[in-house]
Design a protein around this ligand. Structure first.
Ligand SMILES: [Zn+2]
Length: 444
């Protein structure tokens, strides 16, 4: 039977309004007026809930195979479904092998097959010397490539320098043109500082990774993107100076896009206690002035996307007992919390659900080459939908999340926004606290 999902607050490309979404064979067959609902359909009445496209999270570290005890396809995609995310794009590192070869990509696909509650796509990795894998990885279906300018945190994914990029980028340009972005962890290792003082001090950790490192890296990548004719994308922008550098590069005609993450939009250095290592990530969470510059950049379009950089580890690696920021794993688990954390902080700044959709659905889908299929409620797109209550308040508790590990820096935070149901290709994968009986996500 055909299905219609209708509501008073459907977020369409031209804004929020009452509408009926008609679904056939897993796709949106039509979008019509709210009252235009045939009688012979299975009607899902969303009422006053917001009906958004399913979120697309283009920055997720799933870690399987090889480090499934950190996070795996099953647990990550359960968290995604419960959080209203219907597509995730897996990062090429923290799994073993890394996705830097076709064999690595195949190992990923084998590990993921039949285990995913939402759709999953893959980024490839560029590491020193793997130029010959770039074209085969693109043929194998990766959506683009990720590289690091600083050590990534894992040995099997070494960082590149300018010389290595000068070998890889002509190959990427020849194989993919501007269609497949180079995603860059943008910190210049030469601008990082050695640690001084108490290893439990957040301020001392923050001082080791100054914003100038982000600026220098962005300037280098922008220059290389212009020189080699590729599209670059700066991941997890953290600073006011960083967005200024991006704005300048865009002004010079650089094909450059950029994202930030919920933690840079929600948290500041002043609220991170010494020893509170669940908050450690790189680049680090900075000052209120940086946070507000990131919000303004989302408004002006200098930043286009908000994605999680969900990067969990076993709690033991977060050094909770010692509180040692220099030894703790740098990564924040937030997949299931992305929508409520961003929405809770957006609503007080005058933004609405349509803005959240622009940042968390449309832009990441475009980055991963999935426009028209994911991230928008339009005819022909997959019927991936999330029904959520923007007013409902709740308290985040790690133990109630679906991630493999309960540890989250948002523990005890009061949040707004509750996901009532998540639909993947027209079928509920999460509704009223329960999952569909078997995983139906596909590998894109
Ligand atoms: Zn990451």
């Amino acid at each position: 039977m055909r299905r219609v999902v209708r509501g008073r607050r459907v977020v369409l490309p031209d804004g929020e309004r009452p509408a009926s979404i008609h679904i056939a064979d897993g796709r949106i067959s039509a979008v019509s007026a709210y009252n235009d609902t045939p009688t012979d359909v299975d009607l899902v009445e969303a009422g006053d809930l917001v009906v958004s496209p399913g979120l697309v999270d283009s920055h997720v570290h799933i870690n399987e195979p090889g480090r499934t005890d950190w996070e795996g396809f099953e647990t990550a995609t359960r968290a995604a479904a419960a959080g209203g995310i219907t597509t995730i794009v897996d990062m090429p590192l923290n799994s073993i092998p890394a996705t830097t070869t076709v064999a690595g990509l195949e190992a990923k696909r084998t590990a993921a097959r039949g285990r995913c509650h939402v759709d999953v796509a893959f980024w490839g990795g560029i590491v020193p010397g793997n130029e010959a894998e770039i074209a085969p990885l693109l043929r194998g279906g990766v959506r683009g490539f990720k590289c690091f300018l600083t050590p990534s945190g894992v040995d099997e994914f070494p960082n590149v320098d300018e010389a290595a990029l000068r070998r890889a980028l002509p190959v990427l340009a020849a194989a993919g043109g501007r269609s497949y972005p180079l995603l860059v962890h943008a910190e210049d290792p030469a601008a990082l500082l050695s640690h001084e003082g108490d290893r439990r001090s957040y301020r001392a950790y923050l001082a080791t990774r100054p914003a100038v490192a982000e600026v220098r890296a962005i300037e280098l990548i922008a220059a290389l993107a212009r020189e080699f004719g590729i599209t670059a994308h700066i991941v997890h922008v953290s600073s006011a100076a960083g967005v200024a550098a991006i704005s300048q590069a865009i002004g010079k005609g650089t094909a450059l896009t950029a994202e930030t993450c919920p933690h840079y939009l929600a948290l500041t250095a002043t609220e991170i206690a010494d020893g509170a290592t669940p908050f450690k990530c790189a680049p680090p969470i900075r000052e209120a002035g940086d946070r507000e510059a990131l919000w303004r950049s989302l408004e002006t379009g200098v930043l286009q996307a908000v994605v999680t950089d969900h990067s969990p580890s076993p709690p033991s690696m977060k050094c909770l007992e010692s509180g040692d920021f220099m030894s703790a794993w740098g990564g924040i688990a937030s997949l299931q919390l992305a929508l409520p954390v961003v929405w809770s902080n957006a609503r007080g700044r005058g933004f609405g659900p349509a803005d959240v959709v622009r940042w968390m659905c449309v832009a990441p889908a475009r980055l991963a080459g999935l426009s028209g299929r994911k991230g928008e409620i339009v005819e022909g797109a997959d019927a991936d939908l999330v029904l959520w209550d923007p007013e409902a308040a709740w308290t985040a508790a790690g133990a109630s999340l679906q991630h493999r590990h309960a540890l989250t820096p948002y523990e005890g935070r009061r949040l707004r926004g509750v996901v009532a149901a998540t639909y993947l290709r027209g079928e509920a994968v999460w509704r009223e606290g329960a999952f569909a009986p078997s995983p139906t996500g596909t590998l894109l």
